[in-house]
Write a protein that binds this ligand. Sequence first.
Ligand SMILES: Nc1nc2c(c(=O)[nH]1)N[C@H]1C(S)=C(S)[C@@H](COP(=O)(O)O)O[C@H]1N2
Ligand SMILES: [Mo]
Length: 327
Amino acid sequence: MGKRFLGPRIDSSEITPEDVWLNRRQFMRAGALTVPALAGGTMMASAAPRTGGEPLRFTTAGNGDQGFSTDEARTPLDDITAYCNFYEFGTGKEDPARYAHEMTVDPWSLEVGGAVKKPGKLHLEDLLGSFDLEERIYRLRCVEAWSMVVPWVGFPLHSLLDRFQPLGSARYVAFRTLYRREEMRGTRSFTSIIDWPYREGLRMDEAAHPLTLLAVGLYGKTLPNQNGAPIRLVVPWKYGFKSIKSIVRIDVLEKQPPTSWQQLAPNEYGFYANVNPEVDHPRWSQKYERRLPSSLWQPNRMPTRMFNGYGEQVAELYSGMDLTKHY
Ligand SMILES: Nc1nc2c(c(=O)[nH]1)N[C@H]1C(S)=C(S)[C@@H](COP(=O)(O)O)O[C@H]1N2
Ligand SMILES: [Mo]
């Protein structure tokens, strides 16, 4: 993810000479083959090559700009990259940090199809050259009751959808993650429970909402693989599992698409998955959350807010809906 990915925005030769970049890639490839499966979480996590981290050029939204950014303390980069959910690489929180470097993210293309006037497949570097990137500091609330504050860099999903011209009949948007068994050990595992590829979906008005982001970076630099490189969705008022990582395909649809977690356990995970402290998960309460970094001594427990604190912006999308039914 060097020069090509950054495209015309920054010539990577200004940052990393091409030969260094190539060497780094060779090193990463060699690392993937030769690093043995060591025991011990932190050891291995630090032994895994770092991915992402190429500088991005972006603007920062002004204060109070439609609530686009929170001024709460940001979760440190090390916590965001070490504690992840990305089942393609295993179900342990540290598995993505250990194994996601095995995924090739350059070259990358994104296909947009379905009910659009202009379906097509674009190379990521071509796509990125045409969107202005901005920083958005969002809360992320996982359905498992932990949360983070992440400074994402990206662009609104609606600006991408507009380009492909959704038809008048369009009601939903479906997303798919890369599925490459050789590079995703979690998908080869006997304990793998998901029907790959990982799928997610939004109603069209949710997809078009200005808060809904396609993120390509965090902390000002390209995404580490474990956080969904090179491009992932971020829907800050919904539980984290809606924020699908490493997207390769987007379809505009007339009917509601099946989604991975809903398919797996429809009584536990709904299509909407709006953060809601009043609707408990069948196996645990959603009233509180653990804000990372969190430890036994400093659990950093706080009340969960309706729509993860974004009610002012999004509550009207659900007016008249029974949110205990449409969880
Ligand atoms: N493809 C894919 N996307 C995914 C997941 C996953 O397992 N696979 N996990 C989801 C869940 S449950 C959460 S909480 C967020 C976590 O994002 P983060 O690891 O960058 O914090 O990613 C979401 N996106
Ligand atoms: Mo999650």
